[in-house]
Ligand binder design. Structure first.
Ligand SMILES: Nc1ncnc2c1ncn2[C@@H]1O[C@H](COP(=O)(O)OP(=O)(O)OP(=O)(O)O)[C@@H](O)[C@H]1O
Length: 274
C-alpha cells in the first residue's frame, strides 16, 4: 500500500505534522445564545493536536453545541473559533477580521470530521460508495484512490467484507462503524464524536466503542468527544473537560477528574452517572 493510500497514520513516531502537539482548536470568548438562553458564556478552551478530549456535563450544559459550532451548523453570537490556525468563524481580509464567507468555511471544515448519534448514511448507496463519495467529490480523489482508502478504513472498522451491502442490511452498530470510516476517509485533523452510541441497542454499543478505542490508541488523530459512556471516556481521554452553565468548571486527566474531582458540580454529576 502506498503512503498516500494508508488509511490513517498509525504510527505515533511518524506522526503527521498536524499531530505535533500544537494547538489545533481554540475557542476564544465564545458566546452562543438560543433566544434568551445563553448556552455558552464567553467560553475559552483549547485542544492540542493528537489529544483525545472528552466533554462531560449535565444534559443541556452545551456539549453538543460546541461540536455543532465546530461543524459550522450554527454560529456564535460572540467570540472566535480557530481550527489549525485558521479562523472558522471569520477570515482575514486586508489585515482585518471579517465574518467568514462560504468558501473559507468549506476549506476550514475539511479539517473536521464528525460522527453523529444518527448515522446518516446514504440509504441508496452501498457501504463502499458511502465512504468514497465525499473523498471523490469534495477532495477530488480519483475513484481508485478513494476506493483503496475506503477499503482500508472499512477493514479498520471490521467491515471489509460488507462493502457491497446497503446500509439497511447492516445492524445499527455496523452502520455507525461505516459512519466512522466515512468520517475518517476525509482525513480530518480532528474527529468529533457526538454520543455515537446513544441511538444503538445496548448489545451493539461495545463493538462501536471498541473500534473507537482502537482508533484512539493506534492513530494520531485528534478527538473531541461527547459521551455518557464514562468508562470509554476514561479509557481514551487525555483530558476531560467538565461543563456547567456555559463554562469549563474543571479539567484534567481522566484519572484525576473521575477519582478526585475538585468541584462540587463535578462530584454531583459523576455520582449520578457512574
Ligand atoms: N437549535 C436550538 N434551538 C434552541 N435551543 C437549543 C438549540 N440547540 C440547543 N439548544 C439548547 O441549548 C442547550 C444546550 O444544548 P446541548 O445539546 O448543547 O446540550 P448537551 O450538553 O449536549 O446536552 P445532552 O447531554 O442532553 O446532549 C439546551 O438548553 C438546549 O435546549
Amino acid at each position: 500500500m502506498s503512503a498516500d493510500s494508508t488509511p490513517l497514520n498509525t504510527s505515533k513516531e511518524t506522526a503527521n505534522p498536524a499531530a505535533d502537539g500544537s494547538e489545533l482548536i481554540r475557542f476564544d470568548k465564545v458566546t452562543k445564545r438560543f433566544g434568551s438562553n445563553t448556552v455558552l458564556d464567553s467560553l475559552d478552551f483549547t485542544v492540542n493536536s493528537g489529544k483525545h478530549v472528552t466533554l462531560i456535563g449535565a444534559s443541556g450544559s452545551g456539549k453538543t453545541t460546541i461540536l455543532r459550532l465546530l461543524m459550522t451548523l450554527i454560529k456564535p453570537e460572540e467570540g472566535t473559533i480557530k481550527v489549525a490556525g485558521d479562523y472558522l468563524t471569520h477570515e482575514e481580509r486586508d489585515g482585518e477580521l471579517v465574518p467568514a464567507g462560504d468558501r473559507h468555511v468549506r476549506e476550514v471544515r475539511k479539517k473536521i470530521g464528525m460522527v453523529f448519534q444518527q448515522f446518516n448514511l446514504f440509504p441508496n448507496m452501498k457501504v463502499l460508495r458511502n465512504v468514497t463519495e465525499a473523498p471523490v467529490h469534495v477532495l477530488g480523489l480519483s475513484p481508485d484512490e478513494a476506493e483503496e482508502r475506503a477499503r482500508g478504513l472499512l477493514d479498520l472498522v471490521g467491515l471489509g467484507d460488507r462493502c457491497d451491502a446497503y446500509p439497511s442490511q447492516l445492524s445499527g452498530g455496523q452502520q455507525q462503524r461505516v459512519a466512522i470510516a466515512r468520517a475518517l476517509a476525509m482525513r480530518p485533523q480532528v474527529l468529533l464524536l457526538d454520543e455515537v452510541t446513544s441511538a444503538l441497542d445496548p448489545e451493539l454499543v461495545a463493538g462501536v466503542l471498541d473500534v473507537l478505542r482502537d482508533i484512539a490508541h493506534t492513530t494520531d488523530i485528534t478527538m473531541l468527544c461527547v459521551t455518557h459512556e464514562m468508562n470509554f471516556a476514561r479509557d481514551i481521554s487525555d483530558d476531560v473537560l467538565m461543563f456547567d452553565a456555559g463554562h469549563v468548571i474543571e479539567s484534567g486527566p481522566p484519572e484525576k477528574i473521575f477519582s478526585e474531582p475538585e468541584h462540587e458540580r463535578t462530584r454531583e454529576f459523576l455520582s449520578a452517572v457512574l
